[in-house]
Design a protein around this ligand. Structure first.
Ligand code: PSU
Ligand code: MN
Length: 305
């Protein structure tokens, strides 16, 4: 096994027994939500995965290793500790060789999942092409990683802090199937709508599992993005979010926020300025993604070869 990988015994056992396993990221814990809601949510999401028949594997970096499956205490640590790096692919060798604490983004979590042999990964929202990317060139490494690593990601679509149209174009260019679960429109995280048709739609975990199996059996490496709309009762209307997003982007530009700081800055700004409503939606949609992700992982393990 890779010398930099440390797989929790429960996760290792499940992988060996070919039982369903769902990977979870840690940037959302350390940089995506405020304490203590971040820790409560991370632990609740693990429970939802379990209740739906799969083993959760939250991924983070510490003591020079990529940890696949964390204890409650470790999740608590990543939720509280301030000196945690936000680790995308670029940062992995530095943070691992310096033995620093690293919370993994979608890109880094996908790569570590692949090293461990996990095929399904659940998150809230992925990174993408930012608004104004034609001049800033700010395109998340999540997208380039999705083009090459064969791990499926369940998200609630793409947050409209990004340019959703350009993100969908980029995904098309890179050959990444985008499947919306049970509706025709691609969702935009807080909202079930985005104004963009989803390239593909599937209605059951079994159909999604069959698509994954077919793609990878064809030798088509890379990700499938599964967009799972936020439950209607938690939806925040797009018009309402748009105002906050505009303000967040203006504040980021005024404070000259650049590079890896952009996404955490905007997420935090929105959480503070929507007085918890967006945070409640965020929590609800991640739990819902965990349920659907566990169902897909379960269906995937029973695909007939
Ligand atoms: N988008 C969200 N919530 C998040 C993130 C993105 O709606 O928590 C986090 C994820 O960890 C994602 C990362 O992989 O931000 C992307 O950062 P960047 O845009 O710097 O690549
Ligand atoms: Mn970026």
């Amino acid at each position: 096994m890779n010398q930099f990988l440390k797989i929790h015994p429960e996760v290792q056992q499940a992988l060996q027994d070919k039982k369903p396993v769902v990977a979870l990221e840690s940037t959302i814990i350390s940089h995506g939500m405020p304490y203590p809601k971040n820790v409560e949510t991370a632990l609740a999401v693990e429970d939802v995965v379990r209740q739906n028949g799969a083993i959760p594997a939250t991924i983070a970096i510490m003591n020079g290793k990529c940890h696949v499956g964390l204890s409650k205490e470790q999740v608590e640590f990543f939720g509280k500790e301030k000196e945690v790096w936000k680790v995308s692919l670029r940062d992995m060798p530095y943070v691992i060789s310096k033995q620093l604490y690293g919370a993994t983004t979608v890109a880094a979590t996908m790569r570590i999942s692949a090293m461990a042999g996990i095929k399904i990964f659940v998150t809230g929202g992925i990174g993408g092409v930012h608004r104004g990317a034609e001049t800033s060139m700010d395109i998340s490494a999540d997208l380039t990683e999705m083009a090459q690593t064969s791990v499926a990601v369940v998200s609630a679509g793409v947050k409209s802090i990004l340019d959703i149209g350009l993100t969908l174009e980029y995904l098309e260019t890179k050959g990444i199937p985008v499947v919306t679960y049970q509706q025709d429109e691609f969702p935009s995280f807080y909202s079930r709508k985005s104004g963009f048709n989803s390239p593909l739609r599937l209605n059951t975990p079994a159909e999604i599992a069959a698509l994954l199996h077919t793609k990878w059996s064809l030798g088509l490496n890379g990700n499938v993005l599964i967009a799972n709309p936020v439950p209607p009762e938690y939806e925040v209307p797009t018009e309402k979010m748009e105002e906050h997003i505009r303000q967040a982007l203006a504040a980021a530009s005024k404070q000259n926020i650049k590079g890896k700081e952009v996404t955490p800055f905007i997420l935090q700004y929105i959480a503070e300025h929507t007085k918890g409503e967006s945070l409640e939606a965020n929590i609800a949609l991640i739990k819902h993604n965990a349920k659907v992700g566990a169902e897909i992982a379960t269906a995937y393990t029973s695909v007939k070869l």
